[in-house]
Design a protein around this ligand. Structure first.
Ligand code: 5CA
Ligand code: ZN
Length: 418
C-alpha cells in the first residue's frame, strides 16, 4: 500500500545513545538493544479501516513515531513495518450496515488515515501491507502451521466448510507477552474478538487461523484449508516476517492488543519455530466522556474533523505529548486550547532565543527515558519563558555545539516551530 509523504527529519549531530523503554513482557524499563547492531526493526499494529483516525489511534501512532525518532537520534537505521486489517469482521459489518462495498470503505478510510498521519508528521513505515495484499503469504503461513500439525478443524454448520484453529496445547506459548493467568484471559477473550464458547474447541483460547467462507463475504482459496479468510493474529506475523524478518526488535500497539492479539501472534510464531519480537511497547488508552474511545462505541474525536475545522495538527501533537504514552487519559477540548496557546509560546520563543545546548541535551535525555514527554514539555515551557538555564535537573553531558532548540523539537517531537 502506498504510504503518506514522509516529513523531513534532520538528525541532530552526535548522540549515539539508545533509549530505555518499558517492555510489557519483562515488566521493566530497560535499554533497547537492536538484535542487529545499528539497525532497529519496529513493527506497529495498524488500523482496521472502517472509522479512521480517532485520538486513540493518533496517540498510538504518535507514540510509535516518538520511538522511531529516538531510534534515529541514537544513530540507528530504522526499519519499520505496519499492517492494515482490511479483511475482518468489524469492517464487513460496517460495509453491510452502510450498504457499501468493503473495498471502497477500506480504501476511503486508508486514504483518510494517510492524510491524518501526514498532517501529524508521523514517519511512514517502509513496509505497509494490507491483509488483502499479503494474502498469498498469509495462506502459505497458515498452510505451514497445518503441515507442522498445529491446526485442527471444526465443522461449520452454517456454511459448507470447516474453520481451522491453532492447538495452543502443543507449544504452550499462549501468554508469553501478557503473562496473564487463564482466568484473566478468559474474562476478556470474547469481547476482544475471541470465541471461547464455541463447542468442540480443544482449548477455549485456541485462536482461529482460517475461517470458511460466509455468504456475502470475500474469500480466498487456501488449498487444503479450503476457501475462506484468515483469522486476525496471523496477519501481523506474516507482514512482520516479510517486512522485517523474525524475530524483530519491537512490537508496538495500544494496550488493548496485549491480549489476545500480541499473545496469540507470538503463539503462532512459536508454532512456526520462531520468536516474534524481543520487546513489546504498549500505549495507554485514550477516552472521551469517561469511556475508552472506540469505533464500536462511537465516542470519538477525529484528527480529520479538527484539521478540517482549522486546528493546527502541531497543536494536536502537543495534546498527545502532554500525556506519557503509557498512561490512560481523556481527550478534552480544553486541552486542545491549552496546547494551541503553548504552540504559540514555543513559536514565539523560537523567533527570539532559539539557542540553548542545555535545553537540547535535557530534551534528548527526557525522550530517551521511556519517552518522558511531560518532562520534555516542562523543559520547553521553561525555555519559552526564558528560564532555560535554571532547574533543568541536568545530569547529562551538554554538547555546546548542539544548541538549536527548534531543530531538536522538530527532530524529536515532530513539531515545526519555524
Ligand atoms: N488492526 C488492529 C491491529 S492489528 C487494530 O487494533 N486496529 S484498530 O483500528 O482497532 O486500532 C489501531 C491501533 O490503535 C491499535 O494499535 C490499537 O491498539 C490502537 N487503539 C485503538 N483504540 C485506542 C484508544 N482508545 N487509545 C489508544 N490506542 C488505541
Ligand atoms: Zn496487529
Amino acid at each position: 500500500m502506498r504510504t503518506w509523504r514522509a516529513p523531513l527529519v534532520t538528525a541532530l549531530p552526535g548522540s549515539g545513545i539508545g533509549p530505555r523503554l518499558y517492555d510489557t513482557r519483562s515488566g521493566r524499563v530497560s535499554p533497547v538493544r537492536p538484535i542487529t547492531p545499528g539497525i532497529i526493526r519496529l513493527y506497529t499494529c495498524g488500523i482496521t479501516p472502517y472509522d479512521a483516525t480517532h485520538m486513540g489511534h493518533a496517540m498510538t501512532y504518535h507514540a510509535a513515531d516518538l520511538m522511531h525518532r529516538v531510534f534515529l537520534d541514537a544513530g540507528w537505521q530504522v526499519q519499520a513495518a505496519q499492517n492494515i486489517t482490511d479483511v475482518d469482521d468489524p469492517l464487513f459489518e460496517r460495509a453491510e450496515r452502510d450498504q457499501q462495498d468493503w473495498r471502497e470503505l477500506a480504501s476511503r478510510q486508508i486514504d483518510l488515515f494517510a492524510r491524518d498521519m501526514q498532517a501529524l508528521r508521523i514517519i511512514p513505515p517502509q513496509t505497509y501491507d494490507a491483509v488483502s495484499e499479503a494474502m498469498d503469504r498469509i495462506i502459505a503461513t497458515a498452510q505451514d502451521l497445518h503441515a507442522r500439525g498445529r491446526l485442527y478443524c471444526l465443522p461449520n454448520d452454517d456454511v459448507d466448510g470447516v474453520d481451522w484453529y491453532q492447538d495452543l496445547g502443543i507449544d504452550q506459548a499462549q501468554s508469553s507477552v501478557s503473562g496473564w493467568s487463564r482466568e484473566q484471559m478468559l474474562e476478556v477473550y470474547a469481547e476482544r474478538g475471541g470465541d471461547p464458547d464455541r463447542p468442540g474447541k480443544r482449548d477455549p483460547l485456541d485462536p482461529l487461523v482460517w475461517k470458511a467462507q460466509r455468504p456475502g463475504e470475500p474469500a480466498w482459496d487456501a488449498g487444503v484449508l479450503g476457501t475462506g479468510r484468515p483469522g486476525w493474529h496471523i496477519e501481523c506475523v506474516c507482514i512482520a516476517h516479510h517486512g522485517l524478518g523474525l524475530p524483530f526488535d519491537v512490537q508496538a500497539g495500544g494496550r488493548d492488543l496485549i491480549f489476545p492479539h500480541h499473545d496469540l501472534s507470538a503463539a503462532h510464531a512459536a508454532a512456526l519455530g520462531r520468536p516474534l519480537a524481543h520487546f513489546y511497547a504498549h500505549v495507554g488508552m485514550v477516552a472521551l466522556d469517561g469511556t475508552k474511545m472506540s469505533k464500536s462505541l462511537g465516542n470519538l474525536e477525529f484528527v480529520s474533523r479538527l484539521v478540517d475545522q482549522g486546528t493546527d495538527p502541531a497543536a494536536i501533537r502537543l495534546v498527545l505529548l502532554a500525556h506519557h504514552y503509557r498512561t490512560d487519559w481523556e481527550w478534552t477540548a480544553a486541552a486542545l486550547d491549552k496546547a494551541t496557546e503553548r504552540l504559540a509560546r514555543y513559536r514565539h520563543a523560537a523567533q527570539h532565543h532559539a539557542r540553548s545546548a542545555a535545553v537540547v541535551a535535557a530534551l534528548r535525555d527526557a525522550l530517551r527515558d521511556d519517552l518522558d514527554t511531560p518532562r520534555a514539555l516542562r523543559l520547553l515551557d521553561a525555555w519559552a519563558c526564558g528560564g532555560e538555564s535554571e532547574n533543568l535537573g541536568l545530569d547529562v553531558p551538554v554538547d555546546p555545539d548542539v544548541d538549536d532548540v527548534p531543530a531538536a523539537v522538530d527532530a524529536l517531537l515532530g513539531i515545526a516551530l519555524h
